[in-house]
Design a protein around this ligand. Structure first.
Ligand code: APR
Length: 311
């Protein structure tokens, strides 16, 4: 078989949108996995999406399953297993529920999909991806967390609307942990190379940064559950970079082994993503203020990781 095999662990809101995007782009055959109690739900969603292919014109097979054996040899795994936030909750509030879930997923993935490139979306993101690597012992380049692409997308949208320019021309990167201390790198934020500060006043940029930091929560408050369209698109950009060896420069939660001065921690940093996974962490110059914000963000990630290590 020459088709790639994509395992989506969690067939909920993000899982369904992930399946739709992967099939639409014909990235491979899709296995939509959920727990036994939701196997029929996964199978139904898969069938609906497969039928969608005869209208939209894609040939990807989409299967629903609760049997890890079906995921044997997957090329890519995207993990959304767990519960999402409810209004008033922080991502960190999910740790008690989602920790046993990521451990279950990691143990099975280690057994059935040892060579997959793994993208974790479950929250609290930076701690969940850390735990995935700790349990599986997989190489550091084969696992990354999805947060930076999404947080950057939110930042870019708000900047584009404020500046009155196309969102296509806004370049920005949000680094650090996927929490309220995330770090939008203003020194690298441009409208197609032109510093964003030329279009938007500093105080307005500051309020956009605040909105970006709480961007996930804004949607949770409105919808009662967490976002899923943009999170799925962000993870698919990462999966596609791997499957098509695109060597994209994307902000991903990657394992730090001294980069930016941090060790044994996952956090959002600029990464080259290609056929070997996270191929390189790119160290960009940060201002003193940005370094300070990154340190604060790293400390809050470390706090959750410490909780995870003790549990
Ligand atoms: N293995 C596989 N799937 C599981 C497991 C498990 N051990 N435990 C739970 N799940 C499934 C649930 O049954 C559910 O169908 O994960 C799915 C999650 O789907 P949703 O509840 O719709 O949540 P979603 O919005 O997709 O978010 C998933 O991503 O962004 C994060 O904070 C979010 O942690 C949450 C995750």
């Amino acid at each position: 078989p020459t088709r790639k095999k994509i395992g989506l662990i969690g067939a909920g809101n993000i899982g369904g949108e992930l399946a739709r995007l992967c099939a639409n782009r014909e990235l491979g055959d899709v296995y939509l996995f959920d727990i036994a109690a939701k196997e029929n739900f996964a199978k139904g969603k898969a069938l609906d999406l497969e039928q969608n292919g005869s209208i939209l014109g894609y040939d990807s097979n989409i299967r629903g399953t609760s049997n890890w054996a079906d995921l044997e040899g997957a090329d890519v795994l995207i993990i959304t297993a767990g519960i999402p936030r409810k209004p008033g909750q922080s991502r960190d509030d999910l740790v008690a529920t989602n920790l046993p879930i990521i451990r279950d997923v990691a143990n099975n993935a280690k057994k059935h999909c040892p060579n997959a490139f793994v993208i974790v979306i479950s929250n609290p993101l930076d701690a969940m991806v850390y735990e995935y690597m700790r349990v599986t012992g997989c190489p550091k380049g084969k696992v990354a967390g999805m947060a930076g692409v999404l947080d950057s997308a939110r930042f870019q949208l708000f900047l584009a609307r404020e500046a009155g320019v196309s969102v296509k021309d806004v370049r920005a990167m949000v680094l650090g942990g996927h929490g309220d201390d995330m770090v939008p790198v203003l020194s690298m934020t441009t409208i197609n190379g032109v510093p964003a500060t030329q279009f938007i006043a500093k105080d307005k940029i500051q309020s956009i940064i605040e909105r970006t930091r709480k961007g996930g929560g804004e949607i949770v408050t409105l919808m009662g559950t967490s976002a899923y369209y943009a999170p799925a698109s962000a993870a698919v950009a990462m999966a596609e970079a791997y499957l098509l060896d695109q060597k994209r420069l994307l902000a991903c939660a990657a394992y730090l082994d001294g980069e930016y001065g941090y060790k044994d921690l996952f956090m959002g940093v600029p990464c080259i993503v290609g056929g070997n996974g996270v191929e390189k962490i790119v160290e960009i110059p940060l201002t003193e203020e940005e370094k300070g914000m990154l340190a604060k963000s790293a400390a809050s990630v470390q706090g959750i990781v410490d909780v995870v290590k003790k549990s």
